[in-house]
Design a binder for this molecule. Sequence first.
Ligand code: NAD
Length: 338
Amino acid sequence: MSHPTPVGLIGFGYWGPNLARNFHAIPECDLAAICEANAHRLAKARALYRATRFYDNVEALLNSDIEAVAIATPARSHYPLARRALLANKHVFVEKPLAMSVAEAEELVELAEARGRVLMVGHVFEYNPAVRHIKTLLDKGVIGQPYYFYSTRVNLGRIQSDINALWSIAPHDISILIYLLGRMPVTVSARGARFLNGKVEDVVFLILTFPNGVLAHIHASWLDPSKVRRLTVVGSKKMIIYDDLAAEGKVKVYDKGVTRFTDPQYGEYQYRLHTGDIAIPKLPLLEPLRLETEDFIRAIQSGRAPLADGRNGLRVVRVLEAAQQSLEKEGALLSLGE
Ligand SMILES: NC(=O)c1ccc[n+]([C@@H]2O[C@H](COP(=O)([O-])OP(=O)(O)OC[C@H]3O[C@@H](n4cnc5c(N)ncnc54)[C@H](O)[C@@H]3O)[C@@H](O)[C@H]2O)c1
């Protein structure tokens, strides 16, 4: 086994502690340093990880002997921090979204490739056993032809003031859809509204079309009475509901469908409804974040690209940027290249 990879974490706010806990638990990884600008949060990190070094500025962290950084700071700082880290020859894991524009994301991907560094983005749902199971069902044709998807990711809280609900919440749903279908959407249209501070959309409704007429809808909001994390998949043979908050039975596969046939007596189309069993697959009890952080370390040590690599992050940013343009044009239907 190669030596444990020394990783430095930047940002120990709400999400950073989850990354720290996972990097710390991986035997092939050494959570060597934590960098946090806020003294109170840095003290919290210090109390938890005694063998780790601590910094209050990124320059000092990058000058230390870490090989990789994980960035868990607000979205607008992802690009400048990732760029600095790549220029310092570090492997980089960035929380989602990879960057705030296609130009920024492309630059990071090119920089990482030119320097032979791993660039990975925190599309954690691609590591979620439930999402992976749904992908195997789709790939095996179990649900038949996929017709449409809709995803609801809403809650009261985690209100952001520097980015809207599209950039904050929807990266997860976009990455899930691209992962499940293995394709980029071809069109995007988004509407949203700013209620709380007049600067950023608190709620966004996003419609994507994929090749073969597959339709998808994403509802993202931090201004909603209840917390919902739910994806519905409707196919020609079966339908799936994935409820991420369900204690058990997160994925339910409904043997339901509709067949159209011609009635020989009347010569007209008729519809036959089919309602069979509901299957609840047994899913492995694995923490998606653990699988994600392990993939980063494995990629560094093996030289094999991680699943959520920089190009994957770039694809999601392409959709986000087009959706943002549509949002600014009150839902204009915009095309995306394949
Ligand atoms: N994968 C997920 O499900 C998930 C969930 C929540 C947040 N996130 C992502 O995690 C990232 C952080 O979100 P959060 O909610 O933890 O934000 P946060 O504001 O709670 O924490 C960010 C922390 O970074 C620190 N920081 C900012 N700039 C810094 C710098 N230059 N040097 C050192 N420290 C710096 C801040 O002091 C703060 O403590 C975001 O990109 C967000 O999208 C991902």
